[in-house]
Design a protein around this ligand. Structure first.
Ligand code: PLP
Length: 420
């Protein structure tokens, strides 16, 4: 059955034909399987994949070690509503890999672990307000989803109560002065600062030199909890994630995506001191499927692979080459492609002003890009067998090879040639 037929069937029984609103933005494809960095659709077309399910397929699709571990775990009963040895082993491996954290609670989605982090921060400080940065994404719940374009505190969804957002203080990223002002304005009221250490959800904007150190010191001085949302950066920038990459230690951090080789697992980690509030039961964190047998097996297997054969140098080389090649293609075709981020996750945009080559350092800077034109290009990329996100981010996996990069460059070349 063809894509068109599947699409008609999907649209009859699934709203919009998709199971997550993020996918409304992508061209419709129905994939039958994936292997390594490649995907195949119902029409038999092959794609080189730099979307990786929005990040989780960090080891590539169907990694044999993770697949075997999960298959073995499935046969053992799946959920016990009790503890099991695999869960303890996964937590031990996690704490060892991350380096700075002493304890971890596993969950299912990044959204819910972010929620747990915010609750814990409010509980330990006895304060309500939380600082975040324009452009970051911390899940889709009422209390965190913000439409930054409409100003603060604008809900990003119909049905979302505005007062759910009342405790947020939104400041520009990479702007220490405004952050300091906010702390001056609300003394002893700020429970936490939460941030994406590389703002992958908005232009893949890295923290500028010294910014995270400044945030760390500000939180320490004010008695606020520093939360790194490492849902994308965790295990992607290195085993120790962005905390290791930038040499800045948060009080709490949230992980997901790359953590479990594609299996749905998230984690909230921190010092034993803070995390013990969950252990005493004073702060509630629950979930039927937390640390299921398969989830624990997937985490253990993924962390075993990442520890025994760290892919980070390879990924860095691959991403650096791709960023360079894409920039060159833009130049060759007179297309003002602007590429920034880190090799493991970078952003491709089209500058509105071809002479504008300044890096984008905060959310407002994204107005200098034609995001819609780029999103349209990604539909053409898909026609050429390249699967990337419409919002501009490219994710590199441990499975990508030079041949995959070559295929991506050929696809982009063909599309830009046809447009210039
Ligand atoms: C930085 C960040 N935090 C939280 C989330 C929410 O994670 P999930 O989609 O697993 O709920 C995402 C998802 O993309 C994310 O990128």
């Amino acid at each position: 059955m063809s894509t068109e037929v599947w699409q008609q069937r999907a649209e009859r029984v699934i709203p919009g034909g998709v199971s997550s609103n993020v996918r409304l933005l992508s061209p419709r494809r129905f994939f039958t399987h994936g292997s390594g960095a490649r995907l195949w659709d119902v029409d038999g077309r092959a794609y080189v994949d730099y979307l990786l399910g929005q990040g989780p397929a960090f080891l590539g699709h169907g990694h044999p070690v993770v697949t075997a571990a999960v298959a073995e775990a499935v046969a053992k009963g799946m959920v016990y509503g009790a503890q099991h040895p695999l869960e303890v082993e996964a937590a031990e491996r996690f704490v060892e890999a991350v380096g700075w954290a002493e304890q971890v609670r596993f969950g299912v989605s990044g959204t819910e672990s972010d929620h747990a982090a915010l609750r814990l921060a409010r509980a330990v400080t006895g304060r309500r307000r939380v600082v975040r940065f324009a452009g970051t994404y911390h899940g889709w719940l009422d209390s965190v989803l913000i439409d930054y374009q409409r100003g603060w505190p604008a809900p990003a969804s119909a049905g979302q109560p505005t007062d759910a957002l009342a405790d947020w203080l939104v400041v520009p990223y990479n702007d220490p002065t405004t952050l300091a002002d906010v702390f001056d304005r609300y003394p002893d009221q700020i429970a936490a600062v939460i941030l994406e250490p590389v703002m992958c959800n908005a232009g893949v904007i890295p923290a500028e030199d010294g910014f995270l150190q400044f945030v760390r010191e500000t939180c320490t001085t004010a008695g606020a909890v520093l939360i790194f949302d490492e849902v994308i950066t965790g295990f992607r920038l290195g085993l120790g994630g962005a905390a290791e990459y930038y040499g800045v230690t948060p009080d709490l951090a949230v992980y997901g995506k790359a953590l479990a080789g594609g299996w749905p697992v998230s984690a909230l980690a921190g010092s034993a001191d803070l995390m013990s509030e969950l252990g005493t039961g004073r702060v509630n964190h629950s979930g039927t499927f937390n640390a299921s047998v398969m989830a624990a097996a997937a985490v253990s297997a993924t962390l075993q692979v990442l520890t025994e054969d760290p892919p980070y140098a390879r990924i860095s080389e691959h991403g650096t080459r791709l960023m360079r090649d894409l920039a060159e293609l833009g130049d060759n075709h007179g297309f003002p492609l602007r590429i920034q981020g880190v090799p493991a996750a970078f952003h491709v945009g089209i500058a509105l002003d071809p002479d504008d080559t300044k890096p984008i350092t905060d959310y407002d800077g994204l107005a200098r890009l034609d995001l819609q034109q780029y999103a349209k290009l990604t539909a053409d990329f898909a026609e050429q067998g390249l699967w990337v996100a419409g919002r501009g981010v490219w994710y590199v996996s441990a499975a990508h090879t030079d041949a995959d990069a070559d295929a991506a460059v050929t696809a982009v070349d063909a599309v830009l040639r046809s447009k210039s």
